[in-house]
Design a protein around this ligand. Structure first.
Ligand code: FES
Length: 113
């Protein structure tokens, strides 16, 4: 399996408390700026795969707690680790390494090719 660093957004365009989405293959990945640190999780609830942040329904994104809440049944996840913090979700969200290169925020994504 090969991994690539993929440009997501310019650092200046993702301020503290903001999130941004990128489609990579069949996955939607959400990238967050939490007080200057960047994190990326797959935007697919581990309860039943629903999109949480890019579904058009407002999900709660609590910056200081670094949590997101799925708008369907209320499961909460840690943005930093992907860990499930409350039921009905039990499994963590997939997370991705993030770096800044030449002022571009990038995520590392595994390719199956
Ligand atoms: S689909 Fe997210 S909590 Fe049920």
């Amino acid at each position: 399996m090969k991994s690539d660093w993929i440009d997501v957004i310019a650092r200046k365009d993702l301020g503290p408390g903001q999130s941004h989405f990128i489609e990579v293959g069949n996955n939607t990945i959400a990238v967050f700026n939490l007080d200057g640190e960047y994190f990326a999780v797959e935007d697919a609830c581990s309860h039943d795969g629903s999109r949480m942040l890019s579904c058009g329904v407002e999900a709660r994104f609590i910056v200081h707690g670094a949590r997101i809440m799925c708008p369907r049944h209320g499961a909460e996840f840690c943005i930093r680790t992907g860990a499930a913090l409350s039921p009905p979700a039990r499994e963590a969200l997939a997370t991705y390494p993030v770096r800044v290169d030449n002022d571009q925020i990038q995520i590392q994504h595994q390719n199956k090719g």
